[in-house]
Design a protein around this ligand. Structure first.
Ligand SMILES: O=c1[nH]cnc2c1ncn2[C@H]1C[C@H](O)[C@@H](CO)O1
Ligand SMILES: [Zn+2]
Length: 387
């Protein structure tokens, strides 16, 4: 048995491996059955399918358009059923449960509070409902033998004009004991809505020593990444996949980084890469052709993420399965991505370190040792039959 084969994880090992998720949208991860229930409760008649299985397929197909703008249209249905306290608590609790079930031990889940005010909730009530749901989901996961911590990121929509207000909200709810709001983000259509439109929000958060990530370099290229980093001061890049446009691979395989790509690598800027989502919005052609392969080889601070589990029909395990198939990744590679993600999380340094040393590394060590015992069992079996 070569070290490659003993280290290549099975689907079951991928699921059991501790995973860290930095980029997941709450309104992009609902269970189809929950959408159907909540639509009935809310009297929302706009769902394209009434059957949960068919609805799941509808989301995946509608999001598979090759365009970020059309991909984003599908969120009208999920947001429509996330307008009451009860709905938000339920969706957040199920999100934490589903992630824990999939082996995620730490997650930062984002949503835009301004999209949940249609039935009269205030911004504060939205944040408190989602936090309550995450705590409830963590508790249920623990009862089922899983350990997970979930922090929230508050997103402002880049086409709207509420970023400063949402940044202030994120700042007010930060550092809640047990993990509350750990940072801020902007999302939505990228072309035509540069991050500098929201400079006031980013400057405010910097003055408050708070953390933020920016969706950049997904549907729009290097100028968006450059602005997010050098004008806005983002701690991480949501996607950032188009940094590949600044990396030049010669015919002889030599690699030359442009100034921006070199900055991103040298400064260890975390890239929240989301392979399946990129295939749907046209930011990449195939898993094997996804820039994550080169970015990992060049030691960028690359992380693996789901973006929208409902729209992509995915999970953290599924994303890793695709990458293992495409690039032959081993458990060591999975651990590398996972440690990268944990290092890049927005919770305090001592907690990140403890997650790495006390949860992630022991989890991978356990999985990596499994082949030893399988081999011992078969060896001792054949030895005794020879005696
Ligand atoms: O991949 C994405 N790029 C830009 N915006 C996105 C992406 N996925 C979801 N969103 C938007 C739609 C959601 O309603 C919003 C908040 O989660 O964020
Ligand atoms: Zn996203």
């Amino acid at each position: 048995m070569t070290s490659q084969t003993r280290n290549t994880p099975s689907s079951d090992q991928i699921r059991r491996a501790p995973k860290v998720l930095l980029h997941d949208h709450l309104d992009g991860g609902l269970r189809p059955g929950t959408i159907v229930d909540l639509a009935r409760d809310a009297g929302y008649a706009g769902l394209p399918e009434a059957d949960p299985d068919k609805l799941g397929v509808w989301f995946r197909e509608a999001a598979d358009s090759g365009s970020l703008e059309r991909y984003l249209e599908t969120f009208a249905h999920t947001c429509a059923v996330m307008q009451t306290r009860e709905a938000l608590v339920r969706v957040a609790a199920e999100c934490a449960e589903d992630l824990a079930e999939d082996g995620v031990v730490y997650a930062e889940v984002r949503y835009a509070p301004e999209q949940h005010l249609e039935a009269g909730l205030t911004l504060e009530e939205v944040v408190e409902a989602v936090n309550e749901g995450f705590r409830e989901g963590e508790r249920r996961a623990r009862e089922n033998g899983h350990r997970i911590r979930v922090g929230a990121l508050l997103t402002a929509m880049r086409h709207a004009a509420r970023a400063l207000e949402i940044a202030e909200l994120a700042n007010r709810y930060r550092d809640l004991s047990g993990g509350g709001v750990v940072g801020f983000d902007i999302a939505g259509a990228e072309a035509g809505f540069p991050p500098t439109r929201h400079l006031d929000a980013f400057e405010y958060l910097k003055r408050e020593n708070n953390h933020f990530t920016i969706h950049a370099g997904e549907a729009f290229g290097l100028p968006s990444i450059w602005q997010a980093l050098q004008w806005c001061g983002a701690d991480r890049l949501g996607h950032g996949v188009r940094i590949i446009d600044d990396i030049h691979v010669g015919e002889d395989g030599t690699v030359k980084l442009g100034r921006l790509a070199a900055y991103v690598r040298d400064k260890r800027v975390p890239l929240e890469l989301c392979p399946s989502s990129n295939l749907q919005t046209g930011a990449a052609d195939s898993y094997a052709g996804h820039p994550i392969g080169l970015l990992r080889r060049l030691h960028f601070r690359a992380t693996v993420n789901t973006d929208n589990r409902l729209m992509s029909g995915t999970s953290m395990s599924r994303e890793f399965e695709h990458l293992v198939d495409a690039f032959g990744y081993s458990l060591d590679d999975m651990q590398w991505f996972t440690v990268n993600a944990m290092k890049s999380a927005f919770i305090p340094f001592d907690e990140r370190l403890a997650m790495i040393n006390d949860v992630i590394k022991p989890g991978y060590a356990e999985l990596k040792s499994e082949w030893l015992f399988q081999q011992t069992a078969s060896t001792s079996g054949s030895a005794s039959s020879r005696d």
